[in-house]
Design a protein around this ligand. Structure first.
Ligand code: HMG
Ligand code: MG
Length: 303
């Protein structure tokens, strides 16, 4: 275990992972507004949209228009998920600052998610890396990093091999996607034990879902291993259309409360995030799902 990081970089996923599984279409202006309001709360990095097939994920069909409605303030980084060359072209045209490229530890999930085996998706990533503009920050997502919804537990050594390969090919960071939310801190420890032997900790990020209520505990495990980049989603919104039963990402508010308690800097206002997310959930008939967010709002109301 290394020392806790003194500062972390949070990437806000609510407008992408938070919404992608919803059946009812969230209007484009509301998606841009969510990003703008969360930027007002201090968030600067956004896993904002996807450039994927609109037949596969209809909710994400308006990525370019969502970004057009975002107020491009100083220091803002907008990322788009890109599964293939067509997605890269759309991301370039939309003026993103960076992209997330996709693979997984397990073939079955990967085939259902992006219609490619792990090997095929790794080769797609390689060609995306060769074609991506120099200024793009490229994050490599490895989904099902601990558990696959179809194949069960994954081998940490295999995930570490994928992570190392992505770094050799030029990704700027590897994000370990805990897609199913089944992992406990023991799984996270085992995974990071392997990954951190092959990839510098500064290049490793975590992306936890909270299906089994383990995501804050898993975040603690990652922090104790020195990981300082993490994705989260305001109001705990989220899910994956190809991971049945997987619920929201770890709530941004829950992570912020944890970081405050540990004395780790993040630059984000928890009360503002909670207000924005609670209002967004109310407006769109979604369940607000952050324990810390509910509590900070309740204590403000009581003052
Ligand atoms: P495919 O059917 O193999 O693609 O799907 P294709 O190349 O044969 O093309 C089929 C059709 O899709 C064609 O249109 C293409 O033009 C179109 P048609 O001729 O039928 O009208 N198409 C596209 N359209 C827009 N943008 C594109 C694109 N590519 C093809 N980029 C494909 C392969 C990857 C496209 C598809 O499976 C797909 O879009 N999958 C995306 C699935 C997805 O978005 N999943 C959720 C995100 S991943 C996630 O949430 C996990 C993460 O959060 C981490 C974690 O939690 O672990 C990141
Ligand atoms: Mg996810």
């Amino acid at each position: 275990m290394s020392a806790l990081p003194s500062r972390v970089v949070i990437t806000e996923s609510s407008s992408r992972d938070g919404l992608q599984s919803l059946g009812a279409f969230v209007p484009t202006l509301a998606k841009s507004g969510l990003i703008n309001d969360l930027a007002d709360a201090g968030l600067r990095n956004f896993d904002a949209v996807s450039f994927v097939s609109p037949k596969a994920v209809p909710q994400m069909a308006d990525g370019a228009d969502v970004l057009a409605g975002v107020d491009r303030r100083e220091g803002l980084s907008l990322f788009g998920l890109v599964p293939n060359a067509k997605g890269l072209g759309a991301a370039v045209a939309a003026g993103v600052d960076g992209i997330g490229v996709l693979t997984a530890a397990s073939d079955t999930f990967n085939e259902r998610n992006i219609n490619a085996t792990v090997d095929e998706s790794m080769h797609r990533i390689r060609s995306i890396l060769l074609d991506a503009p120099e200024h793009f920050v490229v994050r490599g997502y490895i989904s099902t990093a601990t558990h696959c919804p179809y194949e069960g537990e994954q081998d940490p050594d295999w995930v570490a091999h994928l992570a190392e390969t992505l770094v050799e090919w030029g990704v700027h960071a590897v994000f370990l996607g805990e897609t199913t939310g089944r992992a406990t801190p023991a799984h996270v420890e085992r995974l990071l034990d392997e990954v951190l032997q092959r990839v510098p900790v500064e290049m490793v990020g975590v992306h936890f879902h909270d299906t089994y209520g383990q995501a804050v505990a898993n975040t603690v495990a990652a922090l104790h291993n020195g990981v300082a980049m993490m994705d989260s989603s305001a109001g705990g919104l989220g899910g994956c259309p190809y991971a049945p039963g997987a619920t929201g990402n770890v709530a941004t508010e829950d992570v912020l409360y944890l970081l405050d308690g540990l004395g780790i800097e993040h630059g984000i206002d928890i009360v503002d995030v909670a207000r924005v997310a609670q209002r967004f959930c109310a407006d769109h008939n979604l369940t607000y799902n952050s324990a810390a967010g509910r509590a900070v709002l309740a204590s403000r109301d009581g003052e």
